[in-house]
Design a binder for this molecule. Structure first.
Ligand code: ARG
Length: 610
């Protein structure tokens, strides 16, 4: 077990000895923000004391008296208002590194309490090109899925595509009257987009066309065979486009249950909500009111329109119920842009009421003090946490260098396929300048990995809730906090091993030395700093999973590369004496493995040479 976990478990036990009724799952040990004070820190005692109106320093003193971490810690101190700071013994640090070098772990433990998480992400709309707006949901959702899986959780990914809705009325009119079969062959998405725009514009000018679209929609919804057939074809053509892009991005879904899948469930759902007194009629429509919630007071959720059609919220409620029945998740994570905050706040609140009416939830949530259970940004999500954690993981927009929404030069939304092409093309130019002698196929492959990596990393690095400016030059730079920098750092370590291999060929006594040693000695400051940072990989992964923030991992990896550079500049590896050389090579190897695994969790590949 990793030393931080040992400390955490012992600390939890010591807290239970003093406060037998306390929820110790919130007693966590985290890296110390300032290494001056120690390696690890826990601030949990302060909130435990506060909730009980106790003196936090006194509680810390009492807990400390019950805590024996002498086997892994040099010292434990109470600091400030009641922090506990832990300083690791160097034997604990080297012990953990040696276990990693033996392949026993890579600085993270699989969770002892696996959760089932459904992740709803990407979810583009049918008959439209995937554009740059879809990238954040796709990349963010994919990296969360990978992180949770790596930590041993059960993850179900579900692509909730928009394959139902009013746009199909117009699309059907267009398909029947204006379809260009040849264009559909060569570029189906562009053709469908053209049809939609054409009929959309025409119906704005001509009420009769709008009415025709409405009729087609009604026919589709009532199961008209011809319309269903066309609709299915539109979905199949779109799915092909989605699959191409997902293939390039290395993103996989366990399920693609689009909105249409839930159609049969919508009417019974609305009826049930009305019967249970959760929803009521309002101006011909059916709505749910939130008079008790100041932030939703003026914002009723519509679940049936006055024309009988259902709403986005209706489908999401049906989807939620289906997921709960089918997969029994502990957690559902929705990754969409920030404009959907209100929507999910409504959906989560209604769902909680619904569960309460069905007797699944207790009458009123006692308080949100179990807030450690959720990282949803919404109070509604927090309250729903009791049995099922609902999290809306939202993100900001991508801006152009002019600070306005990111567009093409001619002012159109940027298509995702074009963006990925351009990334690879730009990376190819850079790679070709750097290593012109490499055969073209190899340069193309490196450019693919670097170009896609750069785009993904640029998307994951900023705090997801802030907007970010899309800049090719910045994201492709070999210096700075970028994917190419980290990928390059990885190849540099690999080249150390290539050099070490050459030495070993010329010097028989050194053959395979880099693989055989697990005897790690840490002497210099830079070595210790690198080792300590390696040890925090798992804690970083856990923080990503807890707060749904892959940017923590980006910054961790960037720091790792920086610490490796100082180590490599200050601690000779290949020229050191045998034992030191072997120990330092082991540190190099562990750094490379963490870099590769860390980038992998972000959905970013590495190459051996670039
Ligand atoms: N198709 C929606 C859109 O493009 C996103 C769906 C997100 N998932 C959900 N369960 N509502 O905005």
């Amino acid at each position: 077990m990793l030393p931080n976990k040992q400390i955490e478990l012992k600390l939890q036990a010591a807290v239970r000895a003093i406060l037998p009724e306390a929820d110790t799952s919130i007693v966590l040990v985290r890296p110390c923000p300032d290494p001056k004070f120690g390696d690890y820190q826990s601030n949990a005692l302060m909130s435990l004391a506060k909730a009980r109106k106790m003196n936090p320093r006194q509680l810390a003193t009492d807990v400390l008296a019950k805590l024996d971490v002498g086997d892994v810690c040099e010292k434990v101190e109470i600091a400030g208002a009641g922090f506990l700071n832990f300083q690791l013994k160097s034997s604990a640090l080297t012990g953990a590194l040696q276990a990693a070098a033996r392949g026993e772990h890579l600085f993270f433990d699989e969770t002892a309490s696996p959760r089932t998480a459904v992740i709803d992400f990407s979810s583009p709309n049918v008959a439209k090109p995937m554009h740059v707006g879809h990238i954040r949901s796709t990349i963010l959702g994919d990296s969360l899925a990978r992180t949770l899986r790596l930590l041993g959780h059960r993850v179900i990914t579900d692509n909730h595509i928009g394959d139902w809705g009013t746009q199909f009325g117009k699309l059907l009119v267009g398909w029947k009257k204006h379809l260009d079969a040849a264009a559909l062959q060569t570029n189906p998405i562009a053709e469908m987009e053209r049809l939609y725009k054409l009929v959309n514009a025409a119906s704005e000018a001509d009420e009769k066309i709008l009415e025709a679209a409405r009729q087609e929609l009604v026919k589709l919804q009532s199961g008209d065979a011809e319309n269903l057939k066309i609709w299915r074809e539109m979905i199949a053509l779109s799915q092909k486009q989605f699959d191409t892009i997902y293939g390039r991005l290395g993103v996989k879904f366990d399920h693609t249950l689009g909105e249409s899948f839930y159609n049969p469930r919508l009417k019974p759902l609305v009826d049930e909500l009305v019967t249970k007194g959760i929803a009521r009629e309002s101006e011909g429509a059916i709505a749910i009111f939130f008079d008790d919630l100041p932030q939703l007071k003026e914002q009723p959720a519509l679940i049936r329109k006055s024309d009988g059609g259902f709403n986005y919220a209706t489908t999401d409620l049906a989807t939620l119920a289906y997921r709960l029945e089918t997969w029994r998740p502990d957690e559902i994570i929705y990754v969409t842009d920030g404009r959907q905050q209100l929507h999910f706040q409504q959906v989560f609140t209604v769902f909680r009421r619904w569960q309460r009416a069905a007797g699944i939830l207790p009458e009123e949530p006692t308080s949100s003090s179990g807030s450690a259970q959720t990282s949803s940004d919404l109070p509604a999500g927090r309250a729903a946490a009791r049995s099922l954690k609902l999290a809306h993981v939202w993100f900001g927009s991508i801006l152009g260098e002019d600070g306005k929404p990111f567009k093409t030069r001619s002012g159109e939304t940027v298509k995702l396929a074009d963006l990925l092409d351009e990334a690879e093309e730009r990376a190819f130019k850079i790679v070709s300048e750097k290593i012109p002698d490499l055969p073209e196929a190899q340069r193309r492959e490196i450019a693919r990995v670097v170009g896609l990596g750069a785009v993904k990393y640029a998307d994951l690095l900023p705090n997801r809730q802030s907007d970010y400016v899309f800049s090719w030059d910045k994201m492709l730079a070999l210096q700075g906090n970028t994917a190419p920098y980290l990928q390059y750092a990885y190849t540099r370590i690999k080249s150390i091993f290539r050099k070490a291999g050459e030495t070993s060929n010329s010097d028989k006594s050194r053959v395979n030395i880099q693989h055989s040693t697990t005897n790690i000695q840490l002497a210099k400051g830079e070595e210790i700093a690198l080792a300590n940072h390696l040890l925090n990989f798992g804690l970083t992964l856990e923080a990503v999973a807890e707060e749904y923030r892959p940017n923590f991992l980006c910054n961790y990896l960037y720091e790792l590369a920086g610490k490796f550079t100082s180590f490599y500049e200050n601690c000779p590896v290949l020229k050191a004496d045998d034992a030191t050389r072997a120990s330092r090579l082991a540190l190099c190897d562990l750094t490379a493995r963490v870099l590769k695994q860390g980038l992998g969790v972000l959905g970013i590949e590495t190459v051996e040479q670039m």
